[in-house]
Write a protein that binds this ligand. Structure first.
Ligand code: F0G
Length: 457
């Protein structure tokens, strides 16, 4: 048997910048200990997000040269529409400039004050767009998702009892749709099984509620279905995608993830009435319906990217690299969310830094320590991100306090992965010395995560 190797080679490289610990200490202080304030040149390996940070292929770059920039009826739109229909089965397409714009347009058409939107741990912007309309997002994720040691293969699944109790306690008029996020970013890049999607569809049909997919990482979800779910191993990724989407009325997409492009998004639907309603909002917020905030060339590159992202060999190399980091950390004894998710490794900061008080932000403290150690930038998924309770203004402490290390697609080598694992091991070895975290000196009313300022406790 031969060892596994990436199904691509590298044609263009970009310099990244090593630095000294001394430099990093100064930069951190100037950044008020908020890693969003660092310049990219001050970061050696950037694991802040897998969104819009991947590498395009030569075929995608070729599409950039031949894109059609017509305001209306662009050939590149047709190319994208055909590809989306081929992969998802949805014939109506509305491009948008990114995923949250797709949410804004679709929810403008479907969500009103007082509504509830059940789903599996809605992403922040998704929840934001629901709450902004004075509606509520109800988290129906299975309980297993909140126990990092639980090896359930589909920790993004929806608990049907939780979902049904939402359907029973609200009238149909107040539940515009059920939202399934594939994969579920908030619970750790964890997948949803085909069986669960089917069951959610069946239950929702009984109550007359449509299903919408938040599809940012839909191809990674299909990979997990193929490799983990009984009876699915012989099917192609594209067949599985087609079946997944056949259970929905439509989807929102952040193309910055499984579209393999640096910017873009879209809505795709099989319901003409909803499409027509949403199209008006596209024109108001995004642009004419055949470009919706995207350049023609970017739509063409996206059409190609969607094809590449739904190929098994690509997905195997991508997800194996994330798994490589996860497995190295597990071997070193570092506490991480298991099983390893599709796009990132999530480190349990409460277990990693038990000496740092909850009110001094252990996950942020760990993110800072890792940056100091090796110039690696991760992101806090914990109390700072969770914001204050809008009524009491108290900190909201989530069940888990995590450091997310998101891996950009086709961007770093396995050597970078070894470097990251070693750096985190070095921090782990001196974890007993880390006893103090950080205090907030300034924060904004909402979404404080991005702009918060901190000082050493
Ligand atoms: N839905 C999910 C599941 C996401 O993870 C994101 C973005 C969005 C919607 C919004 O898409 O950024 O194109 O507007 N997630 C990024 C992240 C920002 O880092 O996880 P967008």
């Amino acid at each position: 048997k031969l060892p596994y190797a990436e199904p691509f080679r590298i044609k263009m490289v970009e310099e990244i910048y090593p630095s000294t610990r001394e430099q990093r200490e100064t930069w951190l202080k100037n950044a008020h200990y908020n890693l969003f304030n660092l310049k990219s040149s001050q970061v050696f390996i950037d694991l802040l997000t897998d969104s819009g940070t991947g590498a395009m292929s030569d075929k995608q770059w070729a599409e950039i040269m031949t894109g059609d920039e017509s305001y209306a009826g662009s050939r590149s739109f047709d190319q994208l529409q055909k590809r989306v229909e081929q992969i998802t089965g949805f014939q109506h397409l509305l491009p948008t400039h990114q995923g949250r714009a797709a949410e804004n347009v679709l929810f403008s058409a479907l969500v009103k004050e007082g509504d509830v939107v059940p789903g599996n741990s809605h992403f922040d912007t998704t929840k934001g767009h629901i709450e902004f309309r004075k509606a509520h997002a109800v988290d129906c994720t299975i309980d297993e998702a909140f126990d990092i040691e639980n090896l359930h293969p589909f920790k993004g699944n929806i608990d049907l009892h939780k979902l049904e109790s939402v359907y029973l306690s609200h009238s149909k008029e107040n539940i515009p749709f059920c939202l399934i996020t594939i994969t579920c970013n908030t619970s750790g890049g964890q997948p949803v099984s085909l069986e669960n999607i089917k069951a959610v569809k069946k239950l929702s049909d009984q109550y007359g509620i449509p299903v919408i997919f938040d599809s940012a990482r839909f191809a990674e979800n299909a990979y997990f279905i193929k490799t983990r779910e009984k009876g699915q191993s012989e099917r192609s990724i594209k067949e599985i995608c087609k079946e997944m989407f056949s259970y929905g009325m439509g989807m929102t997409m952040s193309s910055k993830k499984d579209g393999l492009v640096n910017i873009g998004g879209f809505i795709a639907l099989n319901n003409e009435e909803v499409f027509k309603k949403a199209a008006n909002f596209t024109i108001i917020y995004e642009g004419f319906i055949t470009y919706g905030g995207m350049a023609g060339r970017d739509m063409a590159a996206l059409a190609q990217g969607l094809d590449e992202a739904t190929e098994f060999d690509y997905l195997h190399s991508r997800i194996s690299q994330v798994e490589l980091l996860g497995n190295q950390l597990i071997e070193l004894g570092v506490p991480v969310q298991k099983p390893i998710g599709g796009h990132a490794v999530f480190v349990d900061a409460l277990k990693f830094l038990p000496n740092v008080k909850r009110e001094e932000f252990p996950a942020q403290t760990l993110a800072i320590e890792l940056y100091k150690e090796a110039g690696i930038r991760g992101v806090e998924i914990g109390t700072i991100l969770a914001d204050r309770d809008p009524e009491t203004r108290e900190n909201r402490y989530p069940k888990l306090e995590l450091l997310r290390l998101a891996i950009p697609r086709r961007t770093y080598t396995d050597n970078h992965i070894h470097y990251i694992a070693t750096a985190l091991k070095n921090v782990f070895d001196r974890r007993d010395e880390i006893t103090k975290g950080y205090h907030i000196t300034w924060e904004s009313e909402i979404l404080r995560h991005f702009t918060v300022q901190l000082e050493k406790a």
